[in-house]
Write a protein that binds this ligand. Structure first.
Ligand SMILES: *Cc1c(COP(=O)(O)O)cnc(C)c1O
Length: 221
């Protein structure tokens, strides 16, 4: 199956209001552009060095989301390059994004990454620490929180990850009700190739898909 056919198949099965993001790590610019031609309007990148050459090719055609782990010393580049950073998980990183966005005269939309599986080796804020982080970020005028993102524990079985998606949705709803200044709960980014249907059932409105669009990754990173 071609990239185009894969995308057509996925898009035709998505309920209204759910957006498809192509997770493009390790793919060539040609593959990414093929996906855009086939109707993808959001590209997710994990690495700045892969996103940099893509950005000018995508300008005006697709939005670029950062979905990798962002180190504070890379915030400047990320703020300049991306339309949305999905992986903010500390006040320290949020403050650095604020500083860089302010210098660029830009307001940076971000999602907060939730460590819904409470896995010590994973990034993301624990669900119980989410509100404190958001209250701390409320005073950052150049950072706009637009929702939540989660990975969930890795599993081949979509049902195994369902409780983690459900918990992230619960956080999303409970934060929304609190009306924290500068915090807008509109985007809920969860679900990958093996789990996106389950994620949508649990309320995701942005799914990040790599393998089902582009095929198996050749390089393990
Ligand atoms: C690679 C990646 C995906 C997509 O994974 P697939 O299983 O290839 O669909 C989604 N989200 C993030 C953060 C990723 O790094």
């Amino acid at each position: 199956m071609s990239i185009r056919e894969n995308i057509r198949g996925i898009l035709s099965g998505l309920p209204p209001g759910v957006n498809l993001e192509a997770a493009a790590k390790s793919r060539t610019p040609d593959e990414v552009l093929e996906a855009v031609d086939a109707g993808i309007s959001i590209i997710g990148e994990n690495y700045l060095q892969e996103a940099e050459p893509l950005a000018p090719l995508l300008a005006g055609r697709a939005r670029l989301h950062f979905i990798g782990h962002l180190q504070t010393n890379k915030a400047k580049k990320a703020v300049a390059l991306f339309d949305l950073i999905e992986t903010v998980d500390s006040l320290r990183l949020a403050r650095e994004i604020e500083k860089q966005a302010s210098a660029l005269g830009k307001t940076m939309p971000v999602l907060i990454e939730v460590n819904s599986g409470r896995e010590p080796q994973k990034f993301g804020v624990l669900p119980e620490d989410l509100e404190t982080l958001l209250q701390g970020m409320a005073g950052l005028p150049h950072v706009r929180v637009s929702g939540l993102m989660t990975m969930g524990p890795f599993s081949d079985d979509a049902e195994t990850v369902r409780p983690y998606f459900r918990e992230t949705r619960r956080c999303f709803e409970s934060i929304r009700m609190k009306n924290i200044p500068g915090v807008d709960m509109t985007i809920l980014s969860m679900g990958m190739s093996g789990s996106y249907r389950t994620a949508i059932e649990e309320g995701a409105n942005l799914v990040r898909i790599g393998t089902l669009i582009f095929g198996e990754r050749k390089t393990v990173r």
